[in-house]
Design a protein. Structure first.
Length: 270
């Protein structure tokens, strides 16, 4: 068969995902076919799933209103004229046209492919950064974003009180998501979130080193209790490495050749 069921409300034909859903029996009189089917215009399972779910939700809402129209009006027999029945609201059929991908869909594509095996912080950074864009500019198709949107996004980040370095990280993540999703979809676009001006030094303060007396005090306290937590504190204070780097070391990685130092040398990690 050329068609195989892959995800809810979808099937695949020649590599393209299609939406498919049966029309409820009580609503078939409103349709010319017992089944609704059309192309989702994508080969990506993630995008197809998001689009199919959106259309299915729209259909559920639309069918609810159709059912309401077909229900007998309470007290209808008491009306003076049949034509005096209040008109039903004009409910529009769901829009099933797509030009590319929404930013929210782009995040799903990005994390679904590049997020495999990555840390939870990687996923949260993409979701949070693009969530800022959606809050400031709306969830648009990628090619619909403009430089005005990017500038409004920058202003929103500044209003949040983010420092210049934090804004740089957020913009970098947004650019990466858009560029990756556009490449996957075969879209050619100029990323408006590139080259946006802002003060990269705003809110950034220079870090001063800890006084040697404070380091010596921490190391002295670490010698008082012989356990793994104190070893970790002493190792970080003596080497300056990050906490995650120190916590991932094994005892055989530590080479102590200076009795004056708690941990003088660490085996290079490959």
């Amino acid at each position: 068969m050329s068609e195989t069921i892959s995800r809810p409300f979808t099937f695949v034909k020649e590599g393209i995902f299609y939406f498919s859903r049966r029309v409820p029996n009580e609503l078939k009189s409103h349709y010319t076919s017992p089944r609704i089917a059309f192309s989702l215009r994508t080969k990506s399972p993630k995008i197809a799933e998001a689009r199919a779910r959106k259309v299915a939700d729209q259909l559920d809402e639309y069918w609810y209103h159709l059912r309401c129209q077909d229900v007998q009006m309470p007290g209808k027999h008491m009306l003076r004229q049949q034509g005096s029945i209040p008109a039903q609201p004009n409910i529009q059929a769901p829009d099933v046209s797509f030009s590319s991908v929404l930013l929210s869909e782009a995040v799903s594509v990005y994390l679904g492919l590049k997020g495999k095996g990555r840390s939870i912080t990687f996923h949260r950074a993409a979701e949070r950064s693009c969530g800022y864009v959606i809050d400031a500019c709306g969830d648009k198709h990628l090619e619909a974003y403009t430089r005005a949107d990017a500038n409004a996004f920058r202003d929103a980040l500044i209003a949040r009180g983010l420092s210049g370095s934090s804004i740089t990280r957020v913009f970098g993540t947004v650019r990466a998501v858009i560029n990756f999703a556009a490449s996957e979809q075969g879209l050619t676009l100029n990323n408006p979130f590139t080259g946006v001006y802002y003060d990269r030094n705003a809110g950034v303060s220079e870090r001063t080193p800890f006084p040697q007396e404070a380091i010596a005090s921490v190391q002295a306290r670490s010698r008082e209790v012989d356990d793994d937590l104190r070893w970790l504190v002493a190792l970080v204070s003596d080497t300056g490495m990050r906490l995650a780097e120190a916590a991932g070391l094994a005892r055989e990685d530590i080479l102590q050749d200076d009795e004056k130092s708690l941990f003088a040398r660490v085996r290079p990690l490959v």
